[in-house]
Design a protein around this ligand. Structure first.
Ligand code: SF4
Ligand code: SF4
Length: 347
């Protein structure tokens, strides 16, 4: 098996990924996600007016995590242009969307990241940044990020696969746990995660193997107790996220011989309540080149919105709100068990 750190996804083509899923769904006679929605009486998914505007600044990242659905890494060149950022800001200036969720890659590596955050704050938007923690220790250029976040009242959402070194490093790379702990201490030092500071620090858990996350409340208690006792670290909430069977995680499932069982598990754990709360209903996802998607996962599979409006430069909220959400069999990752979204469990 290849080293996880040097791994480059071989499932680059979305068609190949759909093909792999389709083959197993056919072999196992599993209902497609659309069929499942119909069988459960939910039918076609439609959006409500956008509440979360998610901007993906590109695929450049200082890490190469084995579960990464973005296939991000240090050699990736895709990056949002300033022109596309201007289009996003212009849409947001006249829009009631209250939350802007900035992701990547490691969004902080984008040269215009700080400018963008300040512009969004001028528009009075709540800004969430998906920070991988280790970026705070990736050189002097990033060392003052905790202060920058605090000054701009940014909400920080950070992945920490587990509160123990072995499981975190196996998923995100050797030494990532120790650097993540140091980064969390630096965020705590400026007030993040500290009660009544007004600075929100949420952590994201996703399973290290081919299984569904445990109950969010119980895991949050375990994370809080262990991180406080072992490292003196505080945070606000834990979001549990189910690994999506796409990109590098799909490759991992194939290589480890877990793919069929994992897909069956997702299908048999389908939860109609979770299906009613999927994040694509209130989120619009903007790719680095301005292309619009129902969610970040569809973005990685190049499933653009089903609308004549396909790019942020042509934005028309009324037309976009009339679209159907594009679903595929990967969507079972959002509806299994307690559900999964960028904000954790949904049911
Ligand atoms: S830190 Fe995030 S974006 Fe970067 S490789 Fe890991 S999962 Fe992907
Ligand atoms: S993968 Fe995207 S489109 Fe599918 S259910 Fe999840 S959020 Fe919705």
């Amino acid at each position: 098996m290849k080293s996880l750190q040097s791994r480059e996804s071989e499932l680059v083509s979305p068609e190949r990924q759909f093909g792999v899923l389709k083959e197993i769904f056919t072999k196992k006679k599993l209902p497609s996600f659309s069929e499942k929605l119909d069988q459960s009486g939910i039918g076609t998914l439609h959006p409500i007016p956008t509440e979360i505007f998610q901007m993906n600044l590109g695929k450049l990242c200082n890490q190469t995590c084995k579960h990464c659905h973005v296939d991000a890494g240090p050699d990736r060149k895709e990056s949002m242009s300033k022109d596309t950022m201007f289009h996003c800001l212009s849409v947001l200036a006249t829009n009631s969307v209250s939350i802007v969720d900035i992701t990547g890659g490691a969004p902080e590596m984008h040269p215009e990241f700080r400018w963008l955050v300040k512009e969004l704050r001028k528009l009075d938007k709540k800004v969430l940044v998906r920070c991988n923690l280790t970026i705070l220790l990736a050189g002097t250029r990033y060392a003052d990020l905790p202060q920058f976040y605090a000054e701009n009242q940014v909400e920080v959402v950070s992945s920490l696969p587990y509160f123990e070194k072995r499981r975190t490093d196996s998923q995100r790379g050797e030494g990532v746990f120790d650097r993540s702990i140091e980064a969390l201490k630096r965020l705590n030092a400026v007030g993040y995660g500290i009660p009544n500071s007004g600075l929100v620090l949420n952590l994201v858990y996703n399973p290290a193997g081919a299984f569904l996350p445990g109950a969010q409340n119980s895991l949050e208690k375990e994370f809080k107790s262990s991180l406080r006792k072992e490292h003196g670290i505080e945070f606000n909430s834990l979001f549990t996220i189910t690994n999506m069977p796409i990109s590098r995680y799909l490759e991992y499932l194939q290589e480890s011989g877990n793919l069929e069982n994992y897909l069956e598990k997702l299908v048999t754990s389908f939860n109609p309540s979770a299906a009613l709360g999927v994040m694509c209903k209130n989120t619009l996802s903007v790719g680095y080149d301005g292309t619009l998607y129902d969610c970040d996962f569809n973005q990685m599979l190049e499933l653009t919105v089903e609308s004549e409006i396909r790019n942020i430069r042509d934005y028309d909220g009324d037309l976009l709100n009339k679209r159907k959400i594009r679903v595929g069999d990967h969507c079972y990752g959002c509806t299994a068990g307690a559900g999964s979204s960028c904000g954790g469990a949904t049911a």
